[in-house]
Ligand binder design. Structure first.
Ligand code: ASP
Ligand code: MG
Length: 404
């Protein structure tokens, strides 16, 4: 069976007019004799509204009821799509996660799909039907409705593609694909034709918003090719695939920036074994993710400065934990929200020497000060003053010839 999975995001089904457009895209695949499985997200803004309602009821709204509530947006979108397809003369119906069922494990609000029962959908496809399946939701072993994290319908699509051995998984969205850098920040950003899972995973985790990072990891593990493209403009998008499928001469594939990082500095920390551990342990037990870390060598052998970054939303909690921890001694505690993490990403870096130098030199030429550095095999990140974000993106875009 020639199966394709088509996933539509919130903006793509954001209005009735757009849903009609989506139905015609789906119809065209069906006419080309594909067996089409559709996954939809909720109409734009709906999930946020539902979350708001839960907060108005109670500050600690029950997590199992949260899942029932917020998953309802997908039900609405799917029924509208199926309704329109029927109007257009196709056989179609909506399927909720529990009706298939799509089984999940893990906690409410943050489950993972671990099994999908294929029987009902396969027979429906054989009858020529187009199933419209709710993204984002599933059912656990206790037969309760679950959700799989914000932006989770990407992961629903990838898992459906995996279980049904789809030939293709197309993520329809409001942009034309994945860009070398955020086109809203820099208008010379170019659409990337092909990108590896590894690079895409870094880009998504480091600030590119096109796809949810978990879903890319799922796609990588299961070797599922993903095409990201626009629902509104008929143009080829970006293919996300395995490294060996890519012939690429570029060293850097993409550049990202973040807007929600904060820097924490402990000045004058006692320089002795176990200090870093005593600072970071309570942060990790409180699920605060520490990202970049630098520790200066101490000038006098007794004291050192320790700097690290966290998400800005964790700032207050972090302050409290450090101040209340009597085991940590320091002279001053500094916080800075006006920072941005700029990263260059590319598998080409593995084999090319001198990339770090070129990045630093290009930033220095524009008098952009680097505050913290972190690297992995395929990315280099630097922390800079937030006001330098755009300047940094532009100069690096040019340095690594992404305009071409
Ligand atoms: N509607 C859900 C959300 O906003 C799932 C998704 O859009 O992928 O998080
Ligand atoms: Mg999304």
């Amino acid at each position: 069976m020639k199966i394709v999975v088509l996933k539509f995001g919130g903006t793509s089904v954001g209005t009735i007019e757009k849903i009609k457009k989506v139905a015609s895209i789906i119809g065209n695949y069906r006419k080309k004799n594909y067996k089409v499985i559709v996954v939809s997200s909720a109409m734009r803004g709906v999930t946020n509204d539902l979350i708001k309602k839960s907060r108005q009821i109670s500050k600690n709204f029950s997590e199992s009821e949260y899942d029932v509530l917020v998953s309802s947006g997908e039900q609405v979108a799917c029924s509208l799509i199926a309704g329109r397809l029927k109007y257009n003369g196709f056989k179609s119906r909506s399927w909720l996660g529990w009706q298939i069922p799509i089984l999940t494990q893990g906690p409410h609000k943050n489950s993972r799909i671990n099994q999908i029962n294929k029987n009902k959908i396969i027979s429906y496809l054989k009858e020529g039907g187009i199933p419209i399946i709710t993204g984002f939701q599933g059912m656990n072993n206790d037969q309760r409705i679950t959700t799989i994290g914000r932006g989770g319908s990407d992961a629903s699509a990838i898992m459906l593609a995996k279980f049904f051995k789809a030939q293709r998984c197309v993520i329809y969205t409001d942009v034309e694909g994945v860009y070398t850098t955020d086109p809203n920040k820099f208008n010379k950003a170019k659409k990337i034709k092909v990108i590896s899972y590894e690079e895409m995973l870094e880009m998504a985790s480091l600030g590119a918003k096109v796809m949810q990072p978990v879903s890319i990891q799922d796609a990588r593990l299961n070797r599922i090719d993903i095409e990201v493209k626009s629902s509104f403009i008929k143009k080829s998008g970006t293919l996300i695939t395995k490294k060996s499928n890519i012939i690429n001469s570029k060293i850097v594939t993409g550049i990202t920036s973040t807007y929600n990082d904060s820097k924490v500095t402990l000045v004058g920390v006692k320089d002795k074994p176990g200090v870093a551990a005593s600072i970071f342990k309570p942060l990790s037990t409180n699920s605060i993710n520490v990202d970049m870390v630098v520790q200066n060598i101490s000038a006098n052998g007794k004291e050192t400065d320790l700097t690290f970054t966290i998400k800005t939303e964790d700032l207050n909690k972090t302050k409290k934990i450090i101040i209340e921890n009597k085991r940590i001694k320091f002279r001053k505690l500094l916080f800075d929200k006006r920072v941005s993490k700029i990263s260059i990403i590319g598998v080409g870096m593995i084999t090319t020497p001198g990339v770090t130098f070129r990045m630093f030199q290009a930033l220095a030429n524009k008098k952009i000060n680097i505050q913290v550095i972190s690297t992995s095999e395929i990315k280099i990140s630097v922390l800079v003053d937030k006001k330098d974000t755009k300047k940094a993106l532009i100069v690096l875009h040019k340095e690594f010839k992404l305009n071409k």
